[in-house]
Design a protein around this ligand. Sequence first.
Ligand code: DAH
Length: 360
Amino acid sequence: MKKIVTKEEPIAKDQLIRLLLTLQEDAVGAITESTESVDTLRLTWLGKNSEFLKLASSMRSVTPEDKQQIGAVLNGVKKSIESALASKQQLTNQQAESTADWFDTTEPGEQPPQGHLHIVTQAIAEITDIFNRLGFTRVRHPEIDWDWYPFEALNMPHSHPASDEWETFYIRYPGSPGKEYKKQKIVLTPHTSNGQVREMEKGVLPIRMINIAKCYRRQIDISHTPMFHQFEGLYVDKNVSIGHLKGVLDYFAKHFFGPDRTTRIRPYHFQFTEPSFEIDISCGICHGKGCKLCKEGWLELGGAGMTHPQVLKNGGVDTTVYNGFAFGWGVERTYMMKSNSNLDDIRLIYGNDIRFLKQF
Ligand code: DAH
């Protein structure tokens, strides 16, 4: 910027005009290039202490004839500076807008909501893992099956009252040619025990299977859902004893429920095992002494027994050489009995309320 004369000194018209035009050039250039704010630039170039105002005040010392011409130049210069400031303002606004649309690629991203496995899937994985360690392999057998496998093959003829318990869903199906049982009804299997004879039919011995599948019964209340899961163990080998069964049950109880838990077996009746048992697990609260929850110190887990020779025969197993044991429990029920899950209504598991499911 040029050195400016003070207002006391008289100033020639041409000199003043030149100074004004130089100022205009300097101002417009500086405003365009500066990174300072528009307000600061306005103060510098048109404010109280600006060169422009100093030059404008020297108007007082010019002759009246020159005043008009200088006045016109003065106005022109002011307009140019103002318009440079206005352009600058516009540019600043545009930059602010585009920064709003901008995103910083180095900024850490927002975490998308993360799901987890459903509690039944978690329970199935845990159960499978525990039995794997004992040499049991998870297998899959049909969840929609001929009447034969869940009933007749397990010593429950059509008319047998035992099948009433398993009030089941029948599928309308005309039957297929071939084996006699294929002319029968098809059911949504009411228990995973249908997998027993199917596994034997594979013809590979010994058997150590764990069949985990969906089951269906016409029941719904606080402890039943029409669809639920069971896990079915079957061990067929030479010289299998009740002691082996008890050992497997205890191993499962300690690993699934906790090292301080144990099982007991009570005599019961199932058509497909002889002898048959109900399995109880010691209560996680009173440890077998008896409390408000369990009353007698034990909670009922499910059924088990030594495989009935007729069932083995139905599966083509030579009963003079082999025998076995089996057990079958509900996955949901077993999970609910885990001491740290406070589930008091089995239906919640399938209510699909994310607030409930998130807790597990
Ligand atoms: N299938 C039976 C039920 O759903 C449970 C059961 C009992 C399974 C005894 C077995 C068994 O394998 O041996 O109630």
